[in-house]
Design a protein around this ligand. Structure first.
Ligand code: ADP
Ligand code: MG
Length: 675
């Protein structure tokens, strides 16, 4: 596997340097440099082909090839080929050597643009003799490497050093899934001659790639578990149950289930690293409260981190209420806390006079000292939290960690991106929730939308109006919000219209939010800052300007601000009907209210790379497999990986040496790969 590329005949220093631009330095690199796509060259009947269409034709050579040279180095080779009963001229430029290769009576296939009037293919490319290949491999190129060179070298590498490709999968897996041998699979991917073999080759390599990927995740996770000894918390289960029973509502089954999963982690001897996902409004806060309560009773402090101050305050409010009849002491740390307050809070925290600290994500970055931190919960965590984990580690803290997110992560991505975490899912809404009725309207229908808003205001409900988004410029967004706010104030004279945007001071934001929550303000004009978490159950109308400019996940988040009470809620999407991509998203929004389904469709529309930034998500760069398309194989690979990592055979026997070596080659055994 380490044979240098220059050992290949005909490759000298210069070619080697060119190849290194593609990351190819060994023969094996070359052999595993798979095509990124294939051009379909399946042979068509000439009668079905249009004039000037690019096709592959196949027929019998009917005349000796005629070679003409013109100017200095240019040549033209003409061959008459009998194709489907018609005599077609195949004209090859600058490939004089073909004269010796093409013989009378042979069956050849060639590719090019058909001139139907003259029955000629100018600038033909010879695809093959005897039988035409259906697919032509296309490689990604860089520097001054040409496709034909690469193809030639790859072919050569298989001729000269076929043994550089070794089987890495254990016999048992090869047998179970009837997988094609690795060497053959490599070859078939480069030279896809027979369709069936090509598909088998793909299947094998997809499985191999996903298995390795999952093994890396699992190995990493195992190492992480071994190196971090979480604390075994002694839970007071009866009291936790009593707390749950005292809640103002019965928990949903899903809430019950995830709470049990979390409590088991808290008790367990490994450090918890768990993702809790649940659609907007599915009731994650109360789950967090139970976890914090259990942890506090066990003698530990907890921290709850959220992305915005507004949300932090809301959590302070709801947790204060939930913990009202308990001994849990809540502390709040905000960017706008006064120095004195701040100092007091920090002192109390260090003295363990505060049990649960609530604040923004900046919380753990600050010089905050806990007396005995046992549980960290982050809410509305869209990203991995890799950064946060690192900060905690650097501080020498290894508390149990729970990430909560309302951005439902499609199953496929959850498996792959969060493979090193456990995932709990709340897949059920509290009883009696009504689906938010969603409509899509053109921007110029505003007068009707206003009438609609007023109708609901008269009933005593409230409305959000999300203002247009301009090219991600916060300044212009704010400008827009200000203008729309003025307009609406003039129209909705009987009501109080509030304004909220990112440039407001934190205390101003809080003030507006409070007014809205207390129904002193009935209409809240806002930029997307209200996106996450905010809870005003009396608000029943959500109007979103420029809805076509938002991603599905964000629209769903915004929509989730309404429908939190018992009244029927509405979401009006104002969108430009001409926006192509927008149309599809609006359609999906009106059809689906289930966040998971929506995110699956979002994933289809955008592809996994876009869903999170690839780097941030920890998604691998796969050569053959596609996480979305091949998710069934991904699931199988994940299960296999889990079993393997747990078995001793995987770590010790010869059968698994190949795969262990490959994993080592990919750096899987280095610590901290994901951290
Ligand atoms: P999210 O998952 O979006 O954070 P919240 O925790 O804010 O959702 O819950 C949304 C609303 O649903 C809150 O008002 C909360 O009190 C209520 N809620 C939570 N769980 C239940 C339940 N099991 N039954 C009824 N209402 C519930
Ligand atoms: Mg929430």
């Amino acid at each position: 596997m380490t044979r240098g590329i220059q050992e290949l005949s005909g490759i000298g220093a210069k070619a080697a340097e060119r190849l290194s631009a593609l990351g190819i330095t060994t023969v094996y690199d070359l052999q595993s440099y798979f095509p990124f796509r294939y051009e379909d060259h399946s042979i068509r009947r000439i009668q079905e082909v249009d004039h000037e269409e690019k096709v592959t034709l196949s027929g019998t050579v009917h005349s000796e090839p005629e070679l003409r040279f013109f100017r200095k180095q240019s040549s033209r080779l003409t061959v008459r080929v009998l194709v489907d009963g018609l005599l077609v001229q195949a004209i090859f430029f600058n490939q004089p050597y073909l004269k010796k290769q093409i013989e009378l009576g042979q069956v050849i296939s060639f590719h090019g643009k058909l001139d139907k009037n003259r029955l000629a293919v100018n600038g033909a490319k010879l695809i093959g003799k005897t039988e035409g290949q259906g697919l032509d491999p296309v490689y990604s190129l860089r520097g001054d490497i040409k496709m034909f060179m690469l193809r030639k070298w790859i072919k050569q590498s298989f001729d000269e050093f076929p043994d550089d490709i070794e089987e890495i999968l254990p016999y048992q897996l090869m047998q179970t899934y009837k997988l094609m041998d690795r060497r053959e699979a490599f070859y078939r991917l480069h030279f896809p001659e027979k369709e069936k073999a090509f598909l088998q080759a793909k299947r094998r390599m997809i499985y191999e790639e996903l298995l390795l990927f999952q093994l890396k995740m699992q190995v990493f996770r195992k190492k992480q578990r071994e190196s971090t000894h979480g604390v075994t918390k002694t839970l007071h289960k009866d009291e936790v149950q009593a707390f749950i029973a005292s809640l103002p509502f019965p928990l949903t089954q899903a809430q019950d289930r995830v709470i049990n999963e979390i409590l088991e982690d808290l008790e367990g001897k490994h450090r918890m690293s768990r993702l809790l996902q649940g659609d907007v409004g599915s009731g994650k806060t109360v789950v967090a409260a139970v976890a914090l309560y259990a942890s506090v009773l066990a003698g530990y402090q907890g921290a709850l981190m959220v992305p915005t101050e507004i949300l932090a305050e809301q959590h302070v409010e709801s947790l204060t209420e939930l913990f009202a009849n308990t001994p849990v002491r809540i502390g709040f740390l905000s960017g706008s806390s006064k120095t004195k307050e701040r100092r007091e809070t920090l002192a109390k925290l260090e003295a363990h006079e505060i049990d649960v600290l609530i604040g923004t994500h900046a919380l753990i970055q600050e010089p905050v000292i806990f007396a005995n931190l046992g549980l960290v919960i982050t809410d509305e965590q869209h990203r991995f939290g890799v950064g946060q984990r690192r900060v905690l580690k650097e501080k020498g803290l290894e508390p149990d960690v729970l990430f909560m997110t309302a951005t439902p992560i499609p199953r496929t991505l959850a498996i792959s991106a969060f493979g090193d975490m456990d995932v709990s899912t709340i897949d059920e809404m509290p009883k009696g929730r009504k689906v938010v009725e969603t409509h899509w309207a053109k921007q110029d229908m505003l007068p009707r939308v206003l009438t609609f808003i007023e109708k609901h205001l008269k009933k005593g409900n409230q409305a959000y109006v999300i203002t247009p988004l301009i090219e991600e410029s916060e300044k212009l967004d704010v400008q827009n919000a200000i203008e729309l706010h003025q307009q609406l104030q003039m129209v909705l004279t009987d009501w109080n219209v509030g304004l909220m945007h990112g440039r407001l001071h934190a205390t101003e934001k809080d003030e507006v939010m409070k007014q809205f929550a207390q129904n002193e303000v009935q209409v809240l004009v806002s930029t997307t800052v209200v996106e996450v978490g905010v809870n005003v159950p009396n608000a029943t109308v959500m109007v979103i300007y420029d809805a076509d400019r938002f991603g599905l996940a964000q629209l769903h988040q915004l929509r989730g601000r309404v429908g939190r009470g018992s009244d029927q809620a509405y979401c009006i999407l104002l969108a430009d009907p001409k926006s192509e991509n927008g149309k599809e998203r609006m359609q999906i929004m009106t059809e689906t209210s289930n966040g998971f389904e929506l995110s699956e469709r979002d994933l289809e529309l955008r592809g996994p790379g876009d869903f999170f930034g690839v780097k941030q998500s920890g998604l691998p760069e796969l050569k053959v497999a596609d996480i979305v398309e091949d998710y069934r194989i991904l699931e199988i690979a994940r299960d296999d990986a889990t079993k393997l990592v747990k078995s001793t055979a995987f770590w010790e026997t010869d059968d698994y040496r190949g795969i262990r070596e490959e994993l080592a080659r990919q750096g899987a055994f280095l610590q901290d790969r994901l951290d």
